[in-house]
Design a binder for this molecule. Sequence first.
Ligand code: ME8
Length: 521
Amino acid sequence: MKPTYYITTPIYYPSNTLHIGNAYTTIACDALARYKRLRGYDVFYLTGTDEHGQKLQQRAAEEGKQPLEFINPIVDWIKDLWQRLDISYDDFIRTTQPRHKQAVQKIFQKLMDKGDIYLGEYEGYYCVPCEAFWTEHQAKKEDEHVCPDCGRAVNLVKEESYFFRMSNYQERLLQYIEENPEFIQPESRRNEMVNNFLKPGLEDLSVSRMTFDWGIKLPNDPKHVIYVWIDALANYITALGYMSEDDAKFNKYWPADVHMIGKDILRFHTIYWPIILMALELPLPKKVFGHGWLLMPDGKMSKSKGNAIDPKFLIERYGSDSIRYFLLREIAFGQDGIFTPEAFIQRLNFDLANDLGNLVSRTTAMIDKYFEGIIPAPTAEEVLDESLKETARTAFAGLEDHMENMRFGNALASLWELVSRTNKYIDETAPWALAKDEANKARLGTVMYNLAESIRIISVGLQPFMTQAPVAIWNQLGLTAGEGVTDWDSAKTWGKLPSGTKVNRGTALFPRLELEKEIAA
Ligand code: ME8
């Protein structure tokens, strides 16, 4: 029996096509899901779309469409994006699917039956873009009322509403967070949740709306629709079949190992969601990781700001591997990071075209030139080779350690230590000089073997991050992917590359780009 690993992305609002900020979360989850699979876990990777709520109903109305008529093409666009980015999700949940709606109604009913939800009247402020409730005190800013999260105008709402008794669970949640320091990550975000939201005390949460109808209706009071955040958060368990006839996946994968989200929605995931789970008497997710924002030089990337970058444009022009690499390498996961075209092109040129791409093409070119394309056997090792092998060991161990702690950028930096070390090995061994004297043939062959073997190890380590480059590298090394040569653990033993196979010099893995020309595009 393999150990299980359940990982989720937020479910995105299909109110618009997605930008690379949304893709960032999904790419990070994909890297982690692939990494865990490579390490032998039975992974369940969930993503999807959050399709109810007032914002979506309004957006559809603006376009003169029914909600689903408006949403469906966007959901198709999103699925197409994930396909182009090689996202290896196991399930895609849409909150308008019957499997989800039925389970959410049952969840709501269960909470009512337990007495956690009661009928009352709501009076306060609502932010439609964030789909969030705020009190007078929270929303007041000088002589107007705005959303404390996004700064936009809020609406005064007064309507009959069902309420969830959040305060009943406040102490338990506080205790849980204190006893489980790993639960909310990074640590600074945990302190913010505890000090700004939990300690001041929780108010009962309004969990139904009456003034619009695009949502899941209350089982016994269909004038109300269920608050979209309760509906949305439940996706993490409804997708596994919780409260359905087939709950095998739920029993197998819950609790989630990690909910990966942006820091903007941490409050919903670390306060509302755990409290709902406690009320349902279910175990809490092991970790909620709130990563930072992808910023543009003029602030947070967002559709409404008009500074969003279309991921499909980037994929078309640079390929999905380059985008996946850049986002994970450039931004320290957990912190904010700025996307600039200059930084993007430079990383592609320096790390991918020069360091990695050149290493592969120089190596296969030399094997072609000196050994008619056949990878020689290593028969003349020298002391110098030990340092290359040692770097392979430490770089790979570093990669694993960083991945275990979701430090994607450091993980890639660790792998690139081996890339750099291997490039340096070419300079140190000077194959062109060895090639001048037939007496050095065995040494030259050993150098070629070591280069190819080092590249093999790099290609194995690349697999969580890139989907095409590893395969292209195996093809160029004449390797048939499989157990013993491309599986994760094969990278931990030097010498797994078979000699005697023929390299295939292909096209450059990553073409060099002209900065000026790309920025103009
Ligand atoms: O909040 N940088 O959906 P959403 C990094 N439906 N990540 C970003 C980003 C940026 N500039 N902008 C967005 C919702 N994101 C709810 C979620 S979950 C039960 C319901 C990412 O479409 C980040 O992961 O607004 C953020 O949490 C998510 O997109 C919000 O997507």
